[in-house]
Design a protein around this ligand. Structure first.
Ligand SMILES: Cc1cc2nc3c(=O)[nH]c(=O)nc-3n(C[C@H](O)[C@H](O)[C@H](O)COP(=O)(O)OP(=O)(O)OC[C@H]3O[C@@H](n4cnc5c(N)ncnc54)[C@H](O)[C@@H]3O)c2cc1C
Length: 169
């Protein structure tokens, strides 16, 4: 497993893991405990317009989002990886390209190292992957995404089942 990071570490704040993601994490024994999210609801601060309204109950019974901090998710995945044999983790490996041969594939990094040959290469370098033919378009705006101490209040529930004591930010 190659990653540009040195050392491996979590990035970011909290997130909501969707039902399909929870099933994947359970499959690799990395499903962490978090806060159950049954309803996500957001209003535009200026005009009060509804901008987010996701109710999981519509997907199926007992199907929820899972609110978790990315550091906890990283730790669960990292621990799960340690229990597997045969995974070599190569850090500070900035992958630039791959070369596909008839029955194998090699991985190249910025330091001109050649890794492999491998039977298979899975590109999980995210939206800006240099290996993907799909090129991410930069957005014309940004956002601050962090974890902060919120005001001591709970959000008013819009359904009887969706009262939350710890808001996801
Ligand atoms: C502010 C924000 C909030 C979000 N909230 C949610 C949410 O609540 N729920 C949800 O489901 N999703 C959420 N998302 C989306 C979610 O974060 C992404 O869909 C997810 O991280 C994508 O995972 P990934 O593994 O494909 O890529 P990434 O998480 O981007 O991971 C890519 C990995 O590849 C490595 N890498 C990249 N390029 C190279 C390279 N050239 N060589 C070597 N290594 C490389 C990176 O270091 C990284 O470890 C949010 C995103 C943002 C920005």
């Amino acid at each position: 497993m190659f990653d540009q990071f040195k050392p491996p570490k979590p990035v970011g704040s909290g997130l909501v893991i969707q039902p399909v993601g929870q099933r994947v994490l359970a499959e690799v024994d990395a499903l962490e405990r978090g806060n159950r999210v049954t309803h996500m609801f957001g209003l535009h601060a200026q005009n009060g317009k509804r901008v987010l309204d996701v109710i999981y109950d519509l997907v199926g019974p007992n199907v929820d989002g899972l609110a978790i901090h990315r550091a906890a998710l990283f730790d669960a995945l990292w621990q799960a990886m340690q229990t597997r044999n045969g995974i070599t983790h190569v850090t500070a490996a900035d992958v630039t390209s791959v070369r596909q041969n008839t029955d194998s594939i090699e991985v190249f990094t910025t330091t001109h190292d050649v890794h492999g040959p491998f039977d298979l290469c899975i590109d999980s370098a995210g939206a800006a992957s240099p290996l993907s033919p799909i090129k991410a378009k930069p957005l014309g705006y940004g956002a601050i995404w962090g974890t902060s101490i919120g005001p001591k209040r709970t959000f008013q529930s819009t359904t009887s089942a969706s009262a939350t004591s710890k808001p996801h930010r």
